[in-house]
Write a protein that binds this ligand. Structure first.
Ligand code: 6R9
Length: 648
């Protein structure tokens, strides 16, 4: 791709600045910029101080060993992630504190104190051991959002087994591919899980996957549903049977800081999934401190991150970040619109959630459904809102701030990746003024730059985002494929800088604006145009609920802009609406960004974590055979769209 020149985008400014209230500021965990100062003075010493917030069995020998592109943080130090999430809280007298409030989609409820979690995790760890799982072995986890999914991860961490969680919405094929790549020895799954009123038959799907996974010896099955599933004797074991006979204590394995905590496959938008590898000490340091800084977590907060444990947000900000901080959390099994579109707001009211972290795709769905749903509930317990996963368009940001946060709650728009392990770029809620649509600035200890094709830093303007110094929670590689690690993340500037893959622009105040994945950015008549900005301009129109924009080959302009648009309920699908929207984009950004075609649709293809799959939209628009669709939330959407596109 050519060097980014976002001439056009510069016309489209969001100048609004929102400050946190004085009350929030006064009470916040981070009130001044001393963390930034410390990190600036000595980055490595700063991270050592952060690592000191964890409990170590043995201190590290060296804070950082940096042999590009491989980092070791706190090497020689010994610790255990489950010890840091459980044992130390019990020792600090927090055993009776609620760790998890769980709500099943069908209305089932359970809650677990830290002492309860401790007991479950210890017993499960002993079961894993008795089934022959040892330090360094891989364990696959394929579960609904139930407390046992969290216990499974922590039980692996306790004995030093490497977990690889596969999202419970993935197909047998996707599960099989990941199990085989990781060579997992054991699978932990459930008989089913509830999603939109239907039972997802996880065990049956897993059985199909296991038809060809020679490395798997045993399967532990949690009974979430009616238990009527086939159990293969000798291989399959009920979780409750295993736990019944298990000893209540399992000594935590003393892990080296650099020992692998987990592998998580990124669905990716192209090609074979990548098994992203995370370490123990650096990763835990990153998620521990960012939870405290960014979510301003306090002892009496009720934290709810709506992400599934199947993706990195669930790993970092349901399991390891909050639990290493002894947080009280909500986890919910099902869909936001089941049985009605107020389910999330009812949960917030019921459990008095104070910190709520979700994704732009969900926020845009809430906007589409209308504010009458949150209005029915008392959301007065909320004090902080967060967003992650995609650029949040200013329109959605403002809606969220107003209708969910009642203008009272700061909104943290957190930029990070599976690869970064923890939040990298955001505002600190009691310190940094917010600009709707901008994620903010790099956190203390994180060096980020916008680089051009030659790897030169661009202080103000657009280019490729790079993280320019190693950070503790950075990925340690791609499982079994060092070449791919080096090429994908370090190939762009001949090994010098980390390539994040995001097109980004920095304004004169140092705020970062995310423009979409570099592969998605369009080149129209010689101008780079950001998918995120055209989508944002479309959603800015009151008729539009959601938009996905792609560039398709065009003889004259190189690429022409095609927009797939979901209208809010009650708006007419006709030529007039199409014209209004094209004109709206022209007005907002400039004539160059005017879409050449608008396709009205009921849905766009998304990954299970809610990201729009623009590659598939391009395939549709350019009439290609569709690539891999196994990671889609709803594969039917693509067929329907294809038909629609050809009709139009
Ligand atoms: C945590 C997570 C990473 C990609 C990332 C970027 C996009 C995530 C964002 C954001 C703009 C934000 N992304 N957060 N873009 N603003 N606040 O989502 O990890 O699934 O690996 O995706 O998501 O494009 O590169 P992952």
């Amino acid at each position: 791709m050519d060097e980014f020149k976002f001439e056009v985008d510069d016309l489209y400014h969001e100048t609004r600045i929102i400050h946190p209230s004085a009350l929030f500021q006064n009470l916040s965990n981070i009130k001044d910029d001393s963390l930034y100062q410390k990190a600036k003075a000595d980055r490595v010493a700063f991270w050592e101080e952060c690592a000191g917030k964890l409990d170590w069995f043995k201190p590290w020998d060296k804070a950082l060993v940096w042999q590009k592109p491989y980092a070791q943080w706190f090497a020689g130090g010994k610790l255990n992630a489950s010890y840091n999430c459980l044992d130390r809280h019990i020792k600090a007298n927090l055993g009776n504190k609620t760790a998890l409030f769980w709500e099943g989609e069908n209305g089932d409820e359970k809650s677990f104190t830290y002492a309860d979690c401790y007991l479950e995790v210890n017993k499960l760890a002993n079961c894993l051991k008795s089934l022959g799982v040892a330090k360094g072995d891989r364990v696959a986890i394929y579960m609904p959002m139930i407390p046992e999914a969290v216990f499974a991860m922590l039980a692996c961490a306790r004995i030093g087994a490497i977990h690889t969680v596969v999202f419970g919405g993935f197909s047998a094929e996707a599960l099989q591919e990941r199990i085989n790549d990781a060579q997992a020895k054991l699978l932990i799954t459930a008989d089913g899980g509830w999603r939109r009123g239907k039972l997802v038959p996880l065990k049956t799907i897993a059985d199909a996957a296991l038809a060809n996974t020679p490395s798997i010896h045993d399967v532990i099955v949690v009974q979430r549903a009616d238990g009527r599933v086939a159990m293969k004797s000798g291989r399959d074991h009920w979780y409750h049977d295993c736990l019944r006979h298990a000893k209540p204590y399992c000594a935590p394995e003393e892990m080296d800081s650099e020992d692998i905590l987990y592998i998580l496959y990124t669905s990716g938008t192209t090609g074979k999934p990548k098994g992203i590898v995370h370490s123990t000490g650096g990763y835990l340091t990153g998620v521990n401190v960012t939870t405290h800084w960014v979510f301003d977590l306090k002892a009496n907060d009720v934290f709810w991150c709506t992400a599934d444990v199947g993706w990195v947000t669930g790993h970092s900000y349901t399991v390891y970040g909050p639990m290493s901080n002894a947080a009280t959390q909500v986890i919910y099994e099902g869909a936001p619109d089941f049985p009605e579109r107020d389910r999330f707001w009812r949960i917030i009211e019921k459990y008095k959630v104070s910190i709520f972290y979700t994704a732009p795709t969900a926020i845009r769905a809430f906007m589409k459904w209308g504010e009458q749903w949150p209005k029915k509930c008392n959301l007065g317990s909320l004090r902080l809102l967060g967003s992650v996963g995609e650029p949040i368009n200013p329109e959605a940001w403002v809606w969220y701030h107003e209708n969910i946060g009642n203008y009272r709650c700061p909104v943290v728009d957190t930029w990070w990746q599976t690869e970064t392990g923890a939040i990298m770029i955001t505002t600190l809620p009691g310190l940094t003024p917010m600009k709707p649509g901008s994620a903010g600035k790099p956190l203390p200890g994180i060096d980020a730059e916008i680089l051009n094709e030659e790897g030169q830093a661009i202080p103000v303007g657009g280019g490729f985002l790079s993280l320019t110094s190693p950070w503790p929670s950075m990925l340690r590689g791609i499982w079994g494929d060092p070449k791919r690690y080096e090429q994908t993340y370090w190939g762009r500037w001949s090994g010098k800088y980390y390539f994040a893959g995001d097109g980004t622009k920095r304004d004169k105040d140092g705020y970062f604006w995310f423009l979409g994945r570099v592969d998605d950015i369009m080149l129209v008549a010689g101008h780079n145009i950001s998918t995120a900005e055209v989508e944002s301009a479309l959603v800015d129109n009151q008729m539009v609920a959601e938009a996905a924009v792609v560039g398709v080959k065009d003889e004259v302009k190189g690429q022409a802009i095609v927009a797939f648009v979901i209208l809010k309920e009650g708006n007419p699908i006709n030529a007039q609406s199409e014209e209004i929207l094209k004109e709206h984009v022209s007005q907002k950004i400039g004539a160059i960004a005017r879409p050449s075609r608008i396709i009205f649709t009921a849905d766009v293809p998304k990954t299970r974590s809610g990201k729009i799959m623009r590659r598939l939209l391009r395939d549709i628009a350019e009439g290609r055979v569709l690539g891999d669709i196994t990671t889609l939330a709803d594969p039917n959407v693509v067929a329907a769209l294809k038909e629609k596109y050809q009709e139009a």
